[in-house]
Design a protein around this ligand. Structure first.
Ligand code: TYD
Length: 209
């Protein structure tokens, strides 16, 4: 069933500037008179935020890959049921910092579970819900890791994985975007935030009222 609102997801590796761009997009849409909900994954609802804490700071020895994928899917199911779907049903715009394509790239690709497993979990958990458009922020590894270093703070359990894992994530995102160019808009994330924002607005024009 098609809902009246619009759903935009930001995707990309660490340090790509997703949160900044999500905020700038929300401001631009509000300036056009739209009602906007900005949210993130894993998280966005009390239940999903509780699961986020388990994922990013795993108790014990860390989650086996399958359990990790199930927890992301469970958090997403709560987020879709309690926040995203109701907002879209009201006619709001929802901007989400990461969605199922993060699970496809991290757990499915870099984590080697495969796309079919992640897609099946998403079909079961969230009825296979897809964003109206995925904004994939891309940039070369050295530029993005410099941004991450400037941001500082301790890396979580996933961010702290080896460079090789993050390279596989970036490759998996590229593969997903190449396979479905209708769904993904690939955006060069390097440059001043206002310039990147302008690129994003340009690829959303057809969805704007
Ligand atoms: P996030 O808070 O968005 O981190 P960042 O600000 O560094 O992008 O996401 C937390 C981590 O969870 C991040 O390393 C990506 C990872 N992640 C997955 O592995 N699978 C998923 O489905 C999602 C949503 C996030």
């Amino acid at each position: 069933m098609s809902l009246p609102g619009r759903f935009i997801a930001f995707e990309g590796g660490e340090g790509a500037g997703k949160s900044t761009q999500a905020r700038l997009l929300a401001e631009a849409l509000r300036a056009r008179g739209l009602t906007v909900v900005v949210t993130r994954e894993p998280g966005g609802t009390p239940g999903a935020e509780a699961i986020r804490a388990l994922l990013l700071l795993p108790p014990g020895e860390g989650w086996p890959p399958q359990a990790e994928a199930l927890l992301f899917a469970a958090a997403r199911a709560d987020h879709v049921a309690h926040l995203i779907r109701p907002a879209l049903a009201r006619g709001d715009w929802v901007i989400c910092d990461r969605f199922v394509d993060s699970s496809r790239a991290y757990q499915g690709g870099a984590g080697a579970l495969g796309d079919d497993a992640i897609t099946a979990l998403h079909a079961f958990g969230s009825d296979g819900m897809r964003p109206d458009r995925v904004i994939l922020l891309e940039g070369d590894e050295s530029a993005l890791s410099a941004r991450l270093a400037a941001r500082g703070g301790a890396a979580d359990a996933i961010e702290g994985r080896p460079a090789e894992y993050h390279r596989a994530v970036a490759q998996a995102f590229r593969t997903l975007a190449e396979a479905d160019p209708q769904a993904f808009a690939r955006i060069d994330a390097i440059g001043a935030p206002e310039d990147v924002h302008a690129r994003i607005i340009a690829v959303l024009e057809d969805l704007l009222p």
